[in-house]
Design a protein around this ligand. Structure first.
Ligand SMILES: Cc1ncc(COP(=O)(O)O)c(C=O)c1O
Length: 392
């Protein structure tokens, strides 16, 4: 295919040329002072992105590794965790917790709405024996494209007077929308490199506060690789529990520089603007009655990904493969309950207006070619929104 291919999956995302270029170099000797400086500056700058004074840990792992790292440090088999299952990723996290020998107290959602803090408070009040060690909350469930209010989850834990730790999955939200680890009382936050951090897949990143560190210190060491205590060491070889994934760190250093230059407030505003354009287009397409937002409440629609449900007789996977194979634009498919019935547009990370318009235009081409019922004018609505001429 000629020209650029457009990657609009909600992760992995488009990688800036500066990040790719930064990785294109020979590894350094493991004890080279420059390597230590890179690692330590990444720890410090990531803490700023999480908005915490807590510790940052980086693992050669993906998001699933991040989930496991958090649970392995704060729980032992037999402990209970509370999970509001609001979508594919919270559902899988629950599964993962069970596989680690934890008891999962699950709150089932309809995959179209955010976490309901009242459900959390009720479940915790019910836990009179205080068996629940942690509440696991996903900020943006990438499968449903619904964003939850993490601060409200903390308020619910406090209202119940429960000592559970709050663990937040910010894998599809960190560095794209506000997240205030310390101010919101989050004890452990989990991110991954391949989303709004604009890096290749391969790094799981955790931020951990004092309270969670104390919990970890009180438990017997079970999983050496994830263990925070051994990773507290100064030397890279120990803080990475072995050889540091050097090229990924070189890339991360460049990505953090880009984030610093743009600044978090501007990054959040850009994500809101691009999401607004996507939402306008979907609003118009949906008028024909065949396509619809998965997120039922407009205020809960994520700024990083939009999930679009397809009506009876429309093959969502065909839309996806057609746009990828004939137009060079990759969107994501539906996951879990939405498999085959939805497609998802990722709009996070290193993106700008023409990229998002290109994606929306390619989808409109695909709808016409595949005879997917849609009201025309979605791209036009997105253009007007970005131009600031759309009616309020
Ligand atoms: C919210 C969320 N949590 C967890 C994961 C799992 O991450 P990974 O695929 O890197 O293991 C993803 C992946 O898309 C995600 O979006």
């Amino acid at each position: 295919m000629t020209g650029h291919e457009f990657l609009h999956s909600p992760g992995p995302t488009h990688i800036p040329d500066r990040v790719l270029a930064a990785m294109h170099r020979q590894p350094l000797d493991l004890v080279d002072r420059r390597l230590k400086e890179i690692a330590h500056s990444c720890f410090a700058d990531l803490a700023d992105v999480f908005r915490t004074r807590g510790r940052v840990f980086i693992y050669a792992a993906n998001g699933h590794g991040g989930w496991e790292a958090a649970l392995a440090n704060i729980c032992v088999p037999g402990d209970a965790v509370l999970i509001p299952e609001v979508g594919h990723f919270s559902h899988n996290w629950a599964d993962h917790a069970r596989a680690l020998g934890l008891e999962v107290v699950s709150i089932q959602g309809d995959w179209r709405h955010a976490i309901d803090p009242e459900d959390i408070e009720r479940a915790l009040r019910h836990d009179t024996e205080r068996r629940i060690k942690a509440v696991l909350a996903v900020q943006v469930d990438t499968g449903t494209a619904v964003a939850s209010d993490v601060q409200a989850v903390r308020a619910a834990i406090d209202a119940a007077g429960h000592p559970a730790l709050l663990v937040a999955d910010t894998i599809a939200s960190l560095a794209a929308m506000p997240f205030e680890m310390d101010a919101w009382g989050v004890d452990v936050a989990i991110a991954a490199s391949q989303k709004a951090l604009m890096c290749p897949p391969g790094l799981a990143i955790l931020a951990v506060n004092e309270k969670a560190m104390r919990t970890a210190a009180s438990l017997p060491l079970q999983h050496r690789y994830w263990d925070w205590k051994t990773r507290m060491a100064e030397e890279n070889y120990r803080s990475f529990c072995g050889t540091m994934p050097e090229q990924l760190l070189f890339g991360l250093r460049a990505a953090l520089d880009i984030i610093k230059e743009e600044g978090l407030p501007a990054i959040f505003a850009r994500h809101r603007r691009l999401a607004g354009a996507v939402h306008r287009a979907v609003d118009v397409w949906a008028e024909a009655g065949a396509l619809s937002f998965n997120a039922a409440v407009p205020e809960q629609r994520a700024v990083t990904v939009t999930a679009i449900r397809t009506g009876e007789g429309i093959d969502a996977d065909l839309i996806r493969s057609h746009t990828r194979e004939t137009l060079g634009v990759s969107v994501a498919g539906g996951l879990g309950l939405l498999s085959g019935h939805a497609f998802r547009i990722g709009h996070l990370g290193d993106l700008n207006e023409p990229m998002i318009l290109g994606c929306l235009a390619a989808l409109e081409v695909a709808f016409i070619q595949l005879k997917v019922p849609h009201a025309p004018g979605g791209v036009r609505a997105a253009v007007e929104f970005l131009a600031g001429t759309a009616p309020a």
